[in-house]
Design a protein around this ligand. Structure first.
Ligand code: BGC
Length: 472
């Protein structure tokens, strides 16, 4: 265990331990019981978009196997389950007629979770826009803020008596950066900055209106977001100049053009700044002068609604040092032989500490890590077990760093592992395995990995097991 001087209690008493998923990645049943197609159903069927031509049609078949999966969650001692709603299961055309069977599915799922003592955390949008809305312009059409509000109202009316925790958007950075800028994710288009920022503004507006709608129907609701992260990690933790360089890399937006253009959207400030501070970063006006004049001035008030938490997803960061350039920092080159996960991402545990510190300083809201984990080389061995020791080691290191933030009195609300089970990893298809539960995609058999058994002990001991593995 890294010597981090962390002390018991390692996490707050009310800390929530969970696991996360997303509809398109686990549900399958893509045309069952009246569901309409989403942009990912269309995108994955177009040749060359997804590795091996893998599709969302069956995924983990969670739509038909959720009873068994809840039993596995319960065995694991999960306190919370984060899942997203498939908009096109509820509204096959995105607007118009409700598909009651789709709504019933989520209602029954919520009942079963609660009956098992598992708190539901609902993400309204995790990238699977109804194709019918894409045909009307998707996030480029300002009307989408109204479509999204109606969809939200339908959900809170149905689930709001039982679901109290609501996440409006998962990672706008990624679905716009990859989907609208470099075209590697659905809907697969590559637009100029100006149009991507129009779409971004509509996402922000939809977030604000949906937040208001949730509060109207669910008086004791907790509302927030789950953003993707580009986290600066100081090369030298003991040097305040390095820490400030890392803070800038995390919070200050950068502008990139050309083939690197999509990375502009990876910056953290484009979403929380308007949502929480009611303004866009100044750099927007510098690069797109007059851009905001096309929108009613009242948009900013609508976007900026009180939030209850700041949620972020963290996998890896960039190690930085101060530099004498416009940004004030530069990234350090990769170290020879640096550890990497199966998907090729570096292992940067301390980013979980620095992210918590920088986000809390900037936004002053209780924090959730809504996704963290790794893709690992997992298979079922001859004895029927999945010995994913890399996952246990990775999580031990990352969680120890998260605990450090607690020691600094940063309010940590919870941690959700990505993912509950192996699933459809977007353009990477089924190759990457991020789950605590192994899924055999031929038979759909589930096998809890050793990390699932380990995680149960971590949950039960509120994190003590990380530091003293003999404590369970
Ligand atoms: C997304 C997940 C994805 C995970 C691993 C996040 O960007 O929210 O849907 O599976 O990272 O790539």
């Amino acid at each position: 265990m890294p010597n981090l001087h962390t002390q018991d209690p390692f996490f707050p008493d009310a800390f929530v331990w969970g696991a996360a998923t997303a509809s398109a990645q686990i549900e399958g049943g893509w045309n069952q019981d009246g569901r309409g197609p989403s942009i990912w159903d269309v995108f994955c069927r177009q040749e060359g978009n997804v590795l091996n031509g893998d599709t969302t049609s069956q995924a983990c078949d969670f739509y038909n196997r959720w009873h068994d999966d809840i039993a596995l969650m319960s065995q694991m001692g999960l306190q919370a389950f984060r899942f997203s709603i498939s908009w096109s299961r509820v509204f096959p055309d995105g607007t118009g007629e409700i598909n009651q069977a789709g709504l019933d599915f989520y209602s029954q799922l919520v009942d079963a979770l609660l009956a098992n003592g598992i708190r539901p955390y609902v993400t309204l949008y995790h990238w699977d826009l109804p194709q019918a809305l894409q045909l009307k312009g998707g996030w480029l059409n300002r009307d989408i803020a109204d479509w999204f509000t109606r969809y939200t109202e339908t959900l809170v009316q149905c689930l709001g008596d039982r679901v109290k925790d609501w996440i409006t958007f998962n990672e706008p950075q990624i679905f716009l950066g990859f989907g609208y800028s470099d075209g590697t994710h659905a809907p697969g288009v590559s637009l100029p900055h100006e149009e991507v920022f129009q779409a971004a503004h509509h996402v922000n507006l939809a977030h604000g209106r949906a937040t208001k709608k949730i509060r109207e129907f669910v008086k004791d609701a907790k509302v927030g977001i789950a953003i993707a992260t580009k986290i600066g990690i100081p090369a030298d933790e003991h040097d305040p100049a390095h820490i400030e360089a890392a803070r800038k890399a995390t919070i200050h937006p950068e502008w990139k053009d050309g083939s690197d253009k999509h990375t502009t959207y990876l910056n953290n400030a484009w979403w929380p700044d308007p949502m929480i501070h009611g303004r866009y970063p100044e750099i927007l006006e510098k690069h797109l002068p007059g851009f905001l004049d096309q929108f009613p001035a009242s948009d900013m008030e609508e976007i900026c609604q009180p939030l209850d938490f700041f949620g972020y997803n963290y996998y890896f960061g960039i190690v930085v040092e101060p530099a004498d350039n416009e940004k004030g920092w530069q990234a350090l080159p990769e170290q020879a032989g640096e550890p990497r996960t199966m998907i090729g991402w570096p292992v940067h545990p301390s980013g979980l500490y620095w992210a918590s510190r920088f986000f809390y300083d900037a936004y002053q809201l209780p924090l959730y890590v809504f996704e963290n984990g790794l893709s690992s080389m997992d298979w079922v061995d001859t004895e029927g077990n999945v010995k994913d020791h890399h996952r246990i080691d990775f999580l031990t290191r990352y969680l120890a760093q998260y605990s450090r933030a607690h020691e600094d009195n940063i309010p940590l609300a919870g941690y959700f592992h990505w993912s509950l089970m192996d699933n459809f990893e977007w353009a990477q298809g089924y190759r990457e395995r991020f789950g605590l539960i192994h899924v055999d995609y031929q038979t759909l058999k589930r096998t809890p990995k050793e990390s699932a058994i380990w995680y149960q002990k971590v949950i039960q001991s509120n994190g003590k097991h990380l530091f003293s593995p003999s404590i369970t």
